[in-house]
Design a protein around this ligand. Sequence first.
Ligand code: SPV
Ligand code: MG
Length: 578
Amino acid sequence: MKKNSISIPERISSLKRIIKHKNYARILEAHSGLSAMIAESSKITKNRIDIEFDGIWESSLTDSATKGMPDASIIGTESRLHTINEIAHVTNKPIIVDGDTGGSIPQFEFLISNLERLGVSSVIIEDKIFPKRNSLDASANQELENPKIFSNKIKAGINQKSNLDFLIIARIESLIAGTGLKDAIKRAEHYIEAGIDGIMIHSNEKNPKNLIHFAEKYNSICNKFGRRPLLVSVPTTYNNYTEKALIDLGFNIIIHANHLLRASHQAMKETAQIILNDSKSERVDKNITPVKEIFQFVGHDKITEQDRENSVQLRTPIIIPSAGKDPIFTKTPKSLISINKKPIIEHQMESIKSAGFKNIVLINGYKLEDFSILSKNENITIKTHTEYKNTHILHSLMAANPYMDNGFILLFSDILFDPEILKKLTSIKSDIVLGIDNSFTYNNQKIDKKLDLVVRKKSFQEGFRSLNNEILPEITRIGKNIDPKISDYEFIGIAYFSEKGTEILKNTFKELNNNLNLKNNFHEAKSFKMSSITDIIQEIINRGYLVNGLEVRQGWREIHSPEDIQTAEKEIAKLDQT
Ligand code: SPV
Ligand code: MG
């Protein structure tokens, strides 16, 4: 799941929901964004069942220790909220906050409204007097609050909450302060009467007899009030008890309260010792997480991937040759044919923009004055190919020669397409990649035009591997005159040329242009001047350069005939409805 992708009310309610569903929640301590992500993402599978923590405990002990401070009401609420915010920002699971004593009533109200705002599910406050001392220190002097005064604080807290699923839990410290089981039971009665959502009974004993007695009596205590608030355990000293044993005793929330902090402290100490000893860090490598894994864990990889994409998108122009007169649509240049009251070029510009690309170079020729409607658009550069009558699409494309230096995407003027196609094409680290589609091979519809067919190298394993390790087909033949039966794909009229791919194209073009022998027959064209893009691609392949295909299924449509316009309009109308 993505970091912080849950709504605040949903997150607040999630703890209550989990407990309602399975009667208990297993919680692990965190003291930072990173440790919270470990708590959230840790998972094992036992007997084919996935086991994870249900939520995060934001502990006063470990938040203070992370700041190098004792757990003695020194680190203030603002600082604690900072840590809680950090944790909430990178996780989605329920958070239970250790609220210490809760402070005065106004301080407790302030804490609750801030915790709800951050999506925290619950706060636990202990019935000690401020400034408190950590409960695990058996030698500390622990002073308890009068239960009636503490109950007033509980009532004020209940009044303050704006989400009924936010749980206020009272932590009874009688067994820590040495006031005994009876005092604990009396306090529980006060707090339940005040309307508490849960009771945490704490103990710092290894063999917590009184805590067990309390748990055994808990249901009968609750019976008097006709409701049973949740029961919470923090088994730090009595951690020979399994979660199952505690659940069987009636506990609903089990908090492993400080273990990630203690684990990291131990690991840090050992690492520091080894580096000091060896005066180099090599030996610690095997014990510590590789930087690469940290990058991946905190999402650094995604940032660099986006950077790469962005820079490719800013650098790479989309070149659209639209100079010739179409044999079917003779009145209008192809780019300006209207689909749903918008010229094709505008549909293309929308897809280009949504794929993150900025610069478009359009080559016009026939009826160039009609293109004045685009003159106000600053992302589009219009270049005129005056020789359009005596040449074909390859020469139109090459009229954009000065704009190609950083590589480019070639886009035929009559293609509607999904933005993802552009993104995918440029994410492949191959120098020349053609968008190819194999649907014609199983599509029985009558095809009323000659397709640009493509044959791929059959030993597929030898194909080029893309960044995400897909094997890309290597193209061996391309053209209209290939037998469809031996063809694997059709070219969709979208292709990517990297900087190097462009250099190959430019050099090949330049050499052929200077070759006077090419007046007749150039691949499938009558002459080099009248050649198509597919002719020069075949030439590039024949010269030994690698040309790859990116398989595209659906997400594109060629506007070849008036029927195609009707179909495209219907498709757009359908999309608009959904
Ligand atoms: C904490 O984790 O800060 C707690 C639990 O309050 S304990 O340290 O056991 O008191
Ligand atoms: Mg604490």
